[in-house]
Design a protein around this ligand. Structure first.
Ligand code: SAH
Ligand code: SF4
Ligand code: F3S
Length: 459
């Protein structure tokens, strides 16, 4: 502080600085970015959208497919010209975890490499990289410490908020880097989850989405004072539904093998648990599922979907698919098309298989040619797009409870979500933001629905 007129408080407060984030990958990364921003705020860092104005730049990266990982290096190149002299550059996220040493070799301008399990040490590592010339590498696994240390500040939430309940993965699907970048499955303590959701509700949050790489593998001790056996996600959802102000609960991403009866029952019995389930299957071929180490057959998956639909008939199912995994021939791909037709998805993500270094799939024989992958992906996506449109169109004429989240693009319009996670636009007063209102759906497109506020307000 150089100003002479500053009060004592000003003089001891850290100098104002700016941090710029660029985030790729899954919702967990988006959540982690928020948390890093919260951790840096007490050190005087305000978030800026302008990379050129930042004293600290943090790239929160994704390693899931080759394209995702390569984006980091092109961004690092771009930033060279943009960054303010003297600014610090950090690479965080899954590329940092997987390729830490390679990053500093390929991009010597990087000051700090920090893996997802070390974010709570960010302030200390930033201080260290300021003192020391040369890069600092921190990529150890300490997920439990991270959960505890990142409980601090969070930017003011909106109507809907994510809450991490579980991190890491023990499944080791043969195509996937996540077990290597995020480490073993660790569940966050029940009491901590409950107190975070309570705090969010008090700030106006009406919907929480519980996050985890394998969210339905979450297990936790019952909250203090309740006792009994360990809880699974179904019990957690029911308990969170008791919190005043929380109207909707969702969770993502689930693994088919962790869909236990208690969780399926929760869909039947807990109205606040929304009828939407992201349940990736990856392939419709049992042979390929085996090679992927998914540990279930295509039949198992279809039977599971039947049980879930028996519990909650209107449930919308979404999923992820990989086409062109090693060994996938035309017949195996046709089985994926058949399974897709049989399930009838509401929305899906689908990808060409990407060989990830260090995973078993990368060195398997019978790799599929790129043009075959592209052709299969186009066929699958055409079917999935049609299913999404059909599902959206099926809502026309129905009245859906919509949780309004924000103003829409047009004057007087709000946007919100249906129970099935569809974006819904309707003319409505801004006072309805944060509330659930009944909307008569009169139009449907690929990505959204629109309708009119119904006279009778929904619960
Ligand atoms: N934990 C979740 C999702 C993890 S990654 C699950 O088990 O389903 C999100 C999606 O990325 C995966 O479901 C998969 O469809 C896709 N994916 C992961 N690794 C991939 C790879 N090597 N190539 C192409 N897609 C991949
Ligand atoms: Fe990756 Fe499989 Fe774990 Fe999902 S379950 S994160 S796809 S290893
Ligand atoms: Fe990507 Fe890591 Fe998420 S690899 S998908 S950012 S867990």
């Amino acid at each position: 502080m150089t100003t002479t007129s500053s009060t004592l408080a000003d003089a001891t407060a850290p100098a104002p600085k700016r941090v710029h984030f660029k985030t790729w990958g899954c919702q967990m990364n988006a959540y982690d970015t928020e948390r890093m921003a919260g951790l840096l705020r007490p050190l005087g860092y305000a978030v800026t959208e302008e990379a050129s104005q930042a004293d600290l730049l943090i790239l929160n990266t994704c390693h899931i497919r080759e394209k995702a990982a390569e984006k980091v290096y092109s961004e690092l190149g771009r930033l060279k010209a943009q960054r303010k002299p003297g600014s610090k550059l950090a690479v965080a996220g899954c590329v940092a975890q997987a390729e830490g040493a390679e990053i500093t070799a390929r991009a010597p301008q990087v000051d700090l490499v920090i893996g997802p399990q070390s974010y709570h040490r960010l302030p200390e590592l930033i201080a260290r990289s300021a003192r020391e010339a040369g890069e600092v590498l921190h990529t150890e696994f300490e997920a439990e410490a991270k959960f505890d240390a990142l409980e601090g500040e969070r930017p003011a939430p909106g109507v809907s908020a994510f809450v991490t309940v579980q991190e890491g993965c023990d499944k080791f699907c043969t195509f996937c880097v996540v077990p290597y970048t995020r480490g073993a499955e660790v569940g966050r303590a029940t009491d901590r989850i409950v107190s975070e959701v309570r705090a969010l509700a008090a700030q106006g949050v009406r919907e929480v989405t519980l996050l985890g790489q394998n969210v339905n593998a979450w297990r936790g001790a019952p909250p203090a004072g309740i006792g009994g056996e360990a809880w699974g996600l179904g019990q957690l959802c029911r308990h969170l539904a008791l919190i005043d102000g929380i109207e909707r609960i969702r969770f993502t991403t689930s693994h088919p093998n962790d869909m236990d009866d208690a969780l399926i029952r929760a869909f039947a019995e807990e109205p606040k648990l929304m009828p939407y389930l992201h349940l990736p299957v990856q392939s419709g071929s049992t042979k390929i599922l085996k090679a992927m180490n998914r540990r279930h057959t295509a039949e198992d998956y279809l039977r599971l979907i039947e049980r879930i639909r028996a519990a909650r008939p209107d449930i919308a199912i979404s999923g992820d698919f990989i086409v062109g995994f090693p060994g996938e021939d035309e017949a195996a791909f046709e089985e994926t098309m058949r399974l897709t037709r049989e399930v009838g998805y509401a929305a899906c993500f689908s990808f060409k298989y990407s060989r990830r270094p260090g995973t078993p799939g990368a060195t398997m024989p019978k790799q599929v040619a790129e043009d075959a992958k592209a052709e299969r992906l186009a066929r699958l996506q055409a079917l999935l797009d049609q299913q999404r449109l059909d599902f959206n169109r099926a809502q026309i004429g129905r009245t859906l409870p919509v949780l309004f989240e924000a103003e829409g693009r047009h004057e007087g319009q709000l946007k919100g979500r249906s129970p099935y996670l569809q974006a819904v636009h309707a003319d409505a007063p801004a006072t309805l933001i944060g509330q659930i209102a009944a909307v008569e759906i009169d139009a449907a497109a690929q990505m959204s629905l629109s309708g009119r506020l119904s006279v009778v307000a929904a619960a």
